[in-house]
Design a protein around this ligand. Structure first.
Ligand code: ADP
Ligand code: MG
Length: 258
């Protein structure tokens, strides 16, 4: 290719890039066109550019969803052992993993002592939902309360609240470990009310429902909250000594001594 032709081409590419930028076509605005086969027709070229732009946007939206969801660990349904936990059957596990209940805005509440797999399943639900294109937000109860309390003074918190309200699934881990005050309980109630019948809520708690009045410091509020949460809801009660206790590992494990 002559030097002149080469400079001309470079100019045209740079002009396509800047026009695409003006139109907000971020992928086209950075496209290295030399990857296209030379014998493409104009129509093929156009289709290819548009398809690439769509693929790029979809990937960006997915990356954003994953980032916003704030799921701390990867846990799967597959790695959950139902022979260890009698509180859920294989069939129920498959139903949970199918996620149809999110489309029907059902809630799921896991109740049980520490180490019985509540957070494991809450995480598995979150990861599966993300994979299937749902908007998700995962938070410990403490962090959620912090977000609600600071939403008027922190842009970050305000953005999180907005995201939660747009989400199809809110997962709240460890409700009940720490008692909360009246203001916090009210904020929590308001959030759950605003999500009612729009967003599925998954909760893990070490406290049965009778303990929620004490937890929220208000029996009337607890009743109203549970009324909304449990209207369309699967409650799963887990029992046992906990996986960690049963699978405790030690540094000085006898079986390792030769
Ligand atoms: P909880 O939230 O009920 O306190 P976790 O879900 O955090 O308990 O479980 C503690 C640890 O044990 C985690 O590493 C989890 O993956 C594992 N675990 C608990 N139950 C099971 C189970 N039935 N099958 C496989 N792993 C389990
Ligand atoms: Mg937990």
């Amino acid at each position: 290719m002559s030097k002149l032709r080469n400079t001309e081409l470079k100019k045209q590419v740079s002009s396509i890039h800047s026009l695409a930028k003006q139109l907000g076509l971020s992928n086209l605005a950075n496209h290295p066109f030399e990857m296209f086969p030379e014998q493409m027709s104009n129509e093929e070229f156009m289709i290819r550019c548009l398809k690439d732009e769509i693929a790029y946007r979809e990937q960006r939206a997915k990356d954003r969803r994953v980032k916003q969801a704030q799921i701390p660990t990867l846990k799967t349904f597959k790695s959950f052992d139902t022979t260890f936990q009698n509180g859920i059957t294989d069939w129920q596990l498959r139903q949970l993993a199918a996620l149809n209940w999110i489309d029907n805005t059902f809630n799921v509440i896991f109740i049980g002592p520490p180490g019985t797999g509540k957070t494991h399943l809450a995480l598995a639900i979150g990861n599966e939902a993300l994979d299937h294109g749902y908007k998700v937000f995962f938070s410990g109860m403490d962090n959620l309360i912090h977000i609600l309390k600071t939403r008027e003074v922190s842009r970050n918190s305000a953005a999180r609240v907005k995201w939660i309200k747009e989400s199809q699934l809110l997962i709240i881990d460890e409700v009940g470990y720490l008692p909360i005050g009246k203001l916090e309980a009210n904020l929590f109630f308001q959030l759950i009310s605003s999500l009612y019948e729009n967003t599925s809520v998954v909760i893990t708690s070490n406290k049965g429902f009778d303990g929620w009045a004490e937890l929220l410091g208000d029996a009337v509020l607890a009743t109203a909250l549970l009324d909304r949460l449990t209207h369309r809801c699967q409650v799963l009660s887990f029992t046992g000594t906990g996986w960690r206790v049963a699978h405790r590992e030690e540094i000085f494990d006898d079986s390792l001594v030769t």
